[in-house]
Design a protein around this ligand. Structure first.
Ligand SMILES: [Zn+2]
Length: 406
């Protein structure tokens, strides 16, 4: 769990650390509310806040709207104390965000890339993008204090290495952290699985804020889930939690990138939807898709299916419905086990249309225990394609706070 370093320090976590943790989680807060939250007297909170202001970590600014007396000033992070980078590395694209110390994204950039290229080529490109952003925003490179990276595969959290990333043999235990550290020696580097990072983004800045138990399902080239349990990311005993994309849904199904047959992601991911659409278009099953494919070098995307479905194409609608149902039927088991109150669907398909989401919803409601779905909301991610960079930035800033004190 992301709280692990805190747990490690239990008993010696200073009062100042507690205030910083609070501000990360709940945002700007008045002195009075901070004192109330920690049961500190006015005499105790004043020097703590003064010391953090003196060190340039926080500042006072902005008021709470009240109808009574003088409005209290808010304690907030000092934006230029340092900057963080969030990287969302997918199988077919990379997005990079630059955020100030409060977590506000001040600039971002994304581009398509092919992750099966060697890690050196990809990481070199990521560093170029970071340097471009830093230069454009006129921020000294030395001001980057933390970098968070979301990567598409299971990350062993004790070693911070990708372990058996399906279809990406060159990335197996590649020292990503060391590479980035060499380029940005002043920054702390943090790495986690992309679905965990997206879930964390929703937890801190999306509709997952304040929700203690929810699941973020990333559906893109692959499928994976980030699990929030009791308000924290649940990483399992080694970092492999949420790998729902490789649950078998058809023993006779196609061979998956993991080598097994009929995994959920081989049948219902954005990539699978695109492949089925391409096949259907070439076979003449959809006039609309057949028309689109001629300008697409015989390769359709999940987005093409979404556009065709919205235009009333029956074949595309059926594809989205079938994929949604497969995902929903698989998630019904997960919902029965974890009993979340919110399920968010994100990743490359987060804008694929109403049909997909309603099929997932129907299958889950049909297959789960009525008590586990009584309070369950099922929605698309509120942060959309930004969930990854917002989560990576939040992770970097929160863990930086802890690591700095080790
Ligand atoms: Zn698989």
């Amino acid at each position: 769990m992301y709280t692990k370093p805190f747990n490690k320090q239990k008993g010696n976590c200073s009062d100042a650390d507690e205030i910083i943790k609070w501000l990360r989680k709940f945002g700007p807060t008045s002195r009075t509310d901070l004192a109330y939250a920690f049961d500190f007297s006015r005499a105790k909170i004043t020097p703590l806040v003064s010391d953090l202001i003196r060190r340039g970590i926080i500042r006072e600014g902005g008021n709470i709207d009240t109808n009574e007396g003088r409005p209290p000033r808010l304690i907030r992070f000092k934006e230029d104390f340092g900057y963080a980078i969030g990287v969302d590395l997918g199988a077919t694209s990379v997005d990079v965000g630059l955020a100030d110390f409060s977590g506000h994204i001040v600039a971002c950039f994304g581009e398509p890339l092919v992750l099966c290229s060697s890690p050196e080529i990809i990481l070199k490109r990521i560093c170029e993008i970071i340097n471009d952003l830093v230069e454009k925003e006129k921020i000294g490179k030395e001001c980057i204090i933390a970098i968070g990276l979301g990567v598409p595969g299971p990350v062993d959290f004790s070693t911070k290495l990708l372990v058996s990333p399906c279809g990406l043999p060159g990335w197996e235990v590649y020292p990503i952290q060391e590479y980035m550290k060499q380029q940005f020696p002043q920054a702390e580097i943090f790495i986690d699985n992309d679905a965990n990072i997206m879930a964390f983004g929703e937890l801190r800045a999306g509709i997952g804020k304040g929700v203690d138990n929810f699941i973020f399902l990333k559906v893109g080239t692959g499928i994976g889930a980030g699990i929030v349990c009791n308000g924290e990311i649940y990483q399992g005993s080694s970092g492999c939690s949420g790998d729902v994309g490789h649950i078998c849904v058809d023993k006779e199904g196609p061979v998956c990138v993991c080598g097994n047959r009929g995994c959920l992601q081989s049948l219902a991911s954005g990539k699978a939807i695109a492949e089925k659409a391409t096949h259907g278009a070439l076979e003449g099953q959809s006039p609309l898709l057949s028309e689109r494919i001629s300008s697409k070098e015989n390769k359709l995307t999940a987005e093409d299916v979404s556009v065709a479905a919205a235009a009333g194409d029956a074949f595309s609608n059926k594809l989205l419905q079938e994929s949604g149902e497969l995902i929903g039927e698989t998630l019904a088991g997960v919902v029965n086990v974890l009993n979340p109150s919110l399920l968010l669907i994100g990743g490359g398909v987060s804008n694929i249309g109403h049909q997909f989401l309603s099929s997932i919803r129907r299958a889950i409601l049909r297959r789960s225990h009525p008590l586990s779905t009584r309070d369950l909301r099922i929605e698309y991610s509120s942060l959309g394609m930004k969930a990854g960079i917002i989560g990576a930035v939040s992770l970097a800033l929160e863990l930086f706070q802890m690591e700095r004190r080790d």
